[in-house]
Ligand binder design. Structure first.
Ligand code: ADP
Ligand code: MG
Length: 257
């Protein structure tokens, strides 16, 4: 059984990519096999796992738009997770896919193709771009669940409604079994009551579960991408790393339900 989660929020800078890299590394530490898929043309996930997008010749773009075999594109990383890397070429994929019939299902098809090969993954985590375009809809269509990283600041709820509308449409038209696994509070400053109030308002307004514990704001996260490893390797015992480990365990518990 593979559990596929889309990490989505159309707002940039809410720690989608950081969460994908860190949760992936944490699941790998727990002995699970993990595939991460970089769906953002900025290729930050690819870069942060130690792979220079400039050196990548075939990427997720070719897999999605030209039918290239994904098995030949997946690379192993030092974090112990497999990666379907992106390059800036992915910026063209939205336009290339826009007129294609079945575009919402293109990623689901790619993951099925991988599953038919000799690679099995317990987890597939999809790093969505900061938009609600074709790539995010394709990710939601391929996923069993969606996790919404959220920086708990005053206006962060405005995007959540739009994202949930998209989830609702995906459920109606392309993926009836998609479930919202919850919001993941990120860049969390526990010293202020403000963050907790915002979080409570959002979870009540939209009736969403909150994944615990919140991921604290710490400078260590900013340093990790340059090292080409996730924070779980560069700052093993920090609060941030431990928080991601705890969230990973709660994901495992939910998947086993
Ligand atoms: P997104 O993918 O949603 O755009 P990123 O994961 O790229 O967001 O994170 C945005 C920025 O915030 C990055 O510079 C990242 O290093 C930083 N960051 C992420 N999580 C934390 C954290 N818990 N504490 C401090 N900085 C963080
Ligand atoms: Mg990102």
């Amino acid at each position: 059984m593979t559990t596929c989660l889309a990490i989505a929020n159309q707002k940039g800078g809410v720690a989608k990519t950081t969460s994908v890299a860190s949760l992936g590394a944490a699941l790998a530490e727990l002995g699970h096999s993990v595939l991460l898929v970089d769906l953002d043309p900025q290729a930050c996930l690819t870069f942060s796992l130690g792979i220079d997008p400039e050196d990548v010749e075939v990427s997720v773009h070719h897999v999605l738009t030209q039918g290239v075999d994904p098995g030949g594109v997946v690379v192993d990383t030092e974090d112990g997770v497999a990666l379907l890397p992106a390059t800036i070429e992915l910026a063209r994929a939205e336009a290339d896919l826009l007129t294609r019939t079945g575009r919402e299902h293109v990623l689901r098809g790619v993951l099925e193709q991988l599953a038919e090969g000799d690679r099995h993954y317990d987890w597939v985590l999809l790093d969505c771009p900061p938009s609600l375009g074709v790539l995010t809809v394709a990710a939601l269509t391929a996923a069993d669940g969606v996790v919404v990283p959220l920086q708990c600041e005053t206006l962060s709820h405005r995007g959540v409604g739009q994202l949930l509308d998209t989830v609702h449409d995906v459920r109606r038209f392309t993926n009836r079994s998609l479930e919202v696994w919850g919001v993941l509070p990120t860049l969390y400053d526990g010293r202020t009551n403000h963050a907790r109030t915002v979080l409570e308002t959002i979870s009540e307004t939209y009736d969403l579960d909150v994944l615990e514990p919140p991921i604290p704001k710490t400078i260590k996260f900013a340093e990790a991408p340059a090292a080409g490893r996730s924070i779980l390797a560069t700052a093993r015992r920090t609060k941030g790393a431990e928080a991601y480990r705890a969230v990973a365990q709660s994901l495992v518990a939910r998947a086993a339900r």
